[in-house]
Ligand binder design. Structure first.
Ligand code: PLP
Length: 379
């Protein structure tokens, strides 16, 4: 079996985790601070603030900017539901935008249209599968409307736009360290920003709105609370796992890139499958996974192909199983229907994500390519 994802955990990680657990200091410690410092260096942002998940980071980014009831937030219709849920949690209104058929990223043409209809308070571009969005156009549009840009970088660690890294391309960015992501901290996330005010507010609101962090308190246990806040902290065990992952990230990223490029080359002759680019205009992908989309003219369905791959020991995933507006919560609340976001619906119904993470070997890539050829020629 070739699983879709497999965290690369070794004895360095387990040794450090035991050390942290035995130290007795499980939150508020030096590993979270060190992980933040090293992550900011990697992304090239002034600040990195560790949080409990990417969702928490996106939520805090909206929260500290008071985006709430009556505000409109634009986001792609094809994304993980977390991107939309954080808008709902703030009682703001999500304005879904269809995606570009070439990249799966938010369509600039469609975004321009909605920006004329709604006074947007924020835009959340999602770097689909790790390929950065067309950020110049998005930032220009945001400036025009005085809107905030929050990058959803869940799948975009080390993705680049104009030689700048994702997480450094808008006002704020949020990353995910869920187990099968580029880098894991078990669960976890990181907010990046170059804005001191946002960084300070996020640090406070991730921890109840305390005015002083543990190390800043003159008397133990004494603090004031001058803000509303959450418990969205990362713990020391998670930070230690993340740190050991950062040390080997270059090597892991190279494997993903090589796997992506080999698979792309091996299956380029299969006309019934659409693939996604590694490089597109000014963007370079982070190669999170390798998506194929069953073309309309194909004489087989996505589910048939996914079953075949499973029967042959190839694990897959789907990014994502539906456009967000067609999930029951959103369609019943807002009345969306099939066809409102045609490209997003098309990806939701026809795409499969293939494994290319560091556990996937060259011979696995050859095996996956061979099985795809075998399947399409049997049809
Ligand atoms: C685009 C996108 N945003 C947000 C998330 C949520 O990430 P987390 O599980 O770290 O909250 C995911 C999860 O896969 C995602 O794909």
């Amino acid at each position: 079996m070739i699983p879709f994802g497999k965290p690369q955990v070794d004895s360095k990680t387990t040794d450090l985790v035991s050390e942290v657990i035995n130290s007795g200091l499980l939150v508020h410690g030096k590993y979270t601070a060190l992980f933040e410092k090293k992550f900011a260096e990697r992304v090239g942002s002034k600040h990195a603030i560790a949080v409990s998940s990417c969702t928490a980071g996106l939520h805090l980014s909206l929260f500290v900017n008071n985006i709430s009831n009556g505000d409109y937030v634009a986001l792609p219709a094809m994304t993980h539901v977390a991107t939309a849920h954080v808008v709902e949690l703030q009682n703001a209104t999500p304005i879904f935008v269809d995606v570009d058929i070439n990249t799966g990223n938010i369509s600039i043409k469609e975004l321009e249209k909605v920006s004329k209809k709604y006074p947007l308070k924020a835009i959340i571009p999602v770097h689909y599968l790790g390929l950065p969005c067309e950020m110049k156009e998005i930032n220009d549009l945001a400036k025009l409307h005085n809107a905030l840009v929050i990058e959803d970088c869940a799948l975009a660690l080390d993705g680049q736009y104009d030689n700048k890294k994702a997480g450094n391309l808008g006002h704020l960015g949020s990353f995910s360290f869920y187990p099968v992501k580029h880098l894991t901290s078990i669960e976890g996330g990181m907010v990046t920003t170059n804005n001191d005010k946002f960084a300070n507010l996020i640090k406070k609101t991730r921890a109840f709105g305390y005015n002083k962090e543990l190390g800043q308190r003159s008397r133990p246990g004494i603090y004031d609370v001058d803000l509303l806040g959450f418990n969205y902290r990362m713990n020391e065990v998670e930070a230690a796992v993340g740190l050991t992952q950062l040390e080997k990230l270059d090597n892991m990223q190279l494997k993903r890139k090589n796997n992506f490029e080999s698979l792309s080359k091996n299956i380029q002759d299969i006309n019934s499958l659409k693939t996604f680019p590694s490089v597109y205009n000014n963007s370079k992908s982070s190669h999170y996974c390798f998506n194929i989309v069953v073309k309309k003219e194909a004489n087989f369905s996505r589910d048939e192909l996914q079953d075949f791959l499973k029967d042959n020991g190839i694990g897959t995933s789907i990014h994502y199983p539906s456009s967000v507006p067609l999930f029951s919560y959103y369609s019943s609340k807002y009345g969306y229907k099939k066809g409102d976001f045609p490209n997003s619906d098309y990806f939701g119904n026809n795409t499969i994500s293939l494994p290319i993470a560091p556990h996937v070997k060259v011979e696995d890539i050859n095996y996956i390519s061979e099985k795809l050829h075998q399947f399409v020629s049997s049809k």
